[in-house]
Design a protein around this ligand. Structure first.
Ligand SMILES: [Mn+2]
Length: 325
């Protein structure tokens, strides 16, 4: 497994020295926030190229793009989707050129990754995020009204049949992320990727060695899934292209995130399975608690929690590696 750290927000490049000191020399970067509409003049890939080059210069290899070019209209099946898909295919070409071989995408339109609470006190007063369905009881529909499951499956099928042949040609692996939180709908927008079976179904819509998943352990835990069992199920079929290492306590309707050693999942067992199956993909600490002195401006993505997460992960990785030999 290849340990990486995420760099999603402006200023997060400050984490580079921290990452190098921790011995983590791979990066997960994004193209844009998914809610940005595609500009009329087309997407400018210059900033992505510059970002990739700046990491290379610092001695860090960008390995994964998480957060591709805009796909809102594609997810909703609206006019304009073909232009988004053309841009996405262009992104695959640029990734090939930059030798970035994995792309993490999701199928959550309008409301992406979502938490109803972002300042829940956790161990020692650290702040974690959480989701409680009760908080959403009075939340109105969005401007898109009710978006059905069927519409999302149709739009996903359309997208995959357009992009997978291109991904194959470029040698890029597409790793779909589960819906988070994995609930049936939020403000009228259905969520379809809320069980291990649904994720497996995505890999079967357009079967290809380039179509797989992001094993976001925290999302699988919130589904109520047996997380090591899910790792095994997807690893057997060679469908894990990327891993998010994270844990929670609770259920899809009511959960909070935890420090990596304080959740409900057997994290060592999951790590050991990655090694037993000989996976060679990237793994990154997913959300982390905000710790003393941190502003929590980007809940889940503050810096200090990564110190603990990386140390803990390195320990598990070393043990798993030695135990698996
Ligand atoms: Mn995740």
């Amino acid at each position: 497994m290849k340990l990486a750290m995420a760099y999603f927000y402006p200023g997060h490049e400050e984490k580079i020295p921290l990452s190098l000191q921790l011995g983590v020399d791979r990066a997960v970067i994004n193209v844009c926030s998914q809610k940005t509409p595609l500009p009329d003049e087309g997407w400018d890939f210059g900033p992505l190229r510059e970002k990739a080059a700046s990491f290379q210069r610092a001695g860090i290899k960008p390995e994964v793009i998480e957060g591709p070019t805009p796909l809102e209209r594609t997810k909703l099946g609206l006019p304009g989707r073909d232009r988004e898909i053309e841009t996405f295919i262009r992104l695959l070409e640029v990734m090939d050129e930059l030798d970035i071989r994995t792309l993490c995408y999701n199928w959550m339109p309008v409301i992406g990754w979502f938490r109803s609470r972002t300042q829940i006190p956790a161990r020692g007063g650290a702040a974690v995020t959480g989701y409680c369905h009760k908080d959403m009881e009075d939340a109105p529909l969005t401007e898109f009204g009710v978006v059905t499951e069927e519409r999302l499956w149709d739009s996903l099928r359309y997208f995959l049949s357009a992009v997978i042949p291109e991904a194959q040609r470029r040698g890029i692996r597409l790793a779909v992320h589960p819906d988070d939180p994995p609930v049936r709908s939020l403000r009228g927008i259905s969520r379809i990727l809320i069980s291990p079976e649904a994720l497996m179904k995505v890999t079967e819509l357009y079967p290809s060695e380039c179509s797989g998943i992001t094993m976001c352990q925290g999302s699988f835990a919130a589904m109520g899934a047996d997380v090591p069992g899910a790792v095994r199920m997807f690893a057997e079929k060679k469908k894990i292209f990327f891993s998010h290492f994270r844990d929670i306590r609770g259920t899809a309707e009511d959960f909070r995130e935890t420090f990596h050693d304080d959740g409900q999942t057997d994290m060592y067992r999951c790590m050991k399975l990655y090694y037993e199956y000989g996976l060679d993909c990237c793994i990154r600490p997913d959300h982390v608690p905000a710790m003393p002195g941190e502003t929590n401006d980007h809940p889940g993505y503050s810096v200090l929690g990564n110190l603990f997460a990386v140390g803990y992960m390195k320990g598990l990785m070393e043990a798993a590696q030695k135990e698996t030999k």
